[in-house]
Design a protein around this ligand. Structure first.
Ligand SMILES: Nc1ncnc2c1ncn2[C@@H]1O[C@H](COP(=O)(O)OP(=O)(O)OP(=O)(O)O)[C@@H](O)[C@H]1O
Length: 259
């Protein structure tokens, strides 16, 4: 190691989330093969790669929905590899909810309040409706404001546009006192205008949360990410700034294509 690399390493803050040599097979298929990467405090780290590269499988191992065969996941230096998903969420690691987990007949604010209540039921009065409990409404409103949905709080989820439902998923993740956000294709199914709104929201969250973003739209990835990791056949082949990724020959060949 040269003096300058040693100095650069020493200057780097401790990772918020660290993934060490993670492996996961489905039968003969190696979906994750020795994946290592770190997400620094406040960093927006994008994970890109071709279809089937193992991006969602990796995120699921971080959120605790899938257990790895080997390797480690560390949150703030603590080994959480074998912790169940709800304990990881309680420790501040939140995966953006899926639209399918929303309650369409309830209002936007009720959905967030119920998520807050479900997250820490012992702290709240279960006999009181979530919609009347100020301890639930306050964090719910704060999270809605952070994603620009404050004016839609009283609207039923079934009446939201698709992009607004995606904003609501993000608000739910934020309402759970998260410090690390796992975002698996937050722009999926959004129109151009809705994608731009989501991009602005993520830009606004940048620096306040450590985020791992899986996204296929390279314009958005390159505009938002501090660093990008390229995954091919379940293995990171390169991590660098957007400019370094663009210049990297193997990455251009494997994924971006030559212009
Ligand atoms: N539960 C499972 N059982 C068997 N194979 C699986 C399972 N989940 C994923 N796979 C396989 O693992 C590989 C990685 O899938 P994964 O969905 O993680 O890729 P991805 O990079 O997220 O793809 P995409 O960009 O298309 O969403 C694929 O070949 C997929 O078919």
């Amino acid at each position: 190691m040269t003096d300058s690399t040693r100095a650069a390493k020493a200057a780097q803050p401790a990772p918020k989330l660290e993934i060490r040599d993670l492996c996961k097979s489905f039968g003969a298929l190696k979906a994750t093969q020795g994946a290592s990467l770190s997400i620094l405090p406040g960093e927006l780290h994008a994970l890109i790669g071709p279809n089937g590269a193992g991006k969602t499988t990796l995120i699921s191992q971080l959120s605790g929905e899938i257990l790895p065969d080997s390797g480690q996941v560390l949150l703030d230096g603590h080994d959480i590899t074998r912790l169940p998903a709800f304990k990881r969420a309680a420790a501040g690691l939140a995966r953006s909810f899926q639209i399918s987990q929303l309650y369409p007949e309830f209002t936007v604010e009720d959905n967030v309040a119920m998520a807050v209540q479900a997250h820490a039921p012992q702290r709240y009065n279960l006999w009181r409706s979530a919609r009347r409990d100020p301890q639930l409404r306050e964090p719910a409103r704060a999270a809605l404001a952070r994603v620009g949905l404050q004016d839609r709080a009283a609207v039923r989820v079934s009446d939201l546009a698709h992009g607004e439902k995606r904003q609501l998923e993000l608000a739910i993740a934020l309402s759970l006192n998260a410090s690390v956000l796992l975002l698996d294709e937050p722009m999926a199914g959004l129109g151009a205008e809705e994608s731009l709104r989501m991009k602005d929201i993520l830009m606004d969250l940048k620096g306040r949360y450590a985020m791992l973003l899986v996204e296929h739209d390279m314009d958005i990835v390159f505009a938002l990410a501090d660093r990008v990791t390229v995954l091919v056949y379940g293995k990171p082949i390169f991590t660098g700034t957007p400019a370094q990724v663009r210049e990297h020959e193997e990455v251009r060949d494997a994924y971006l294509g030559r212009e």
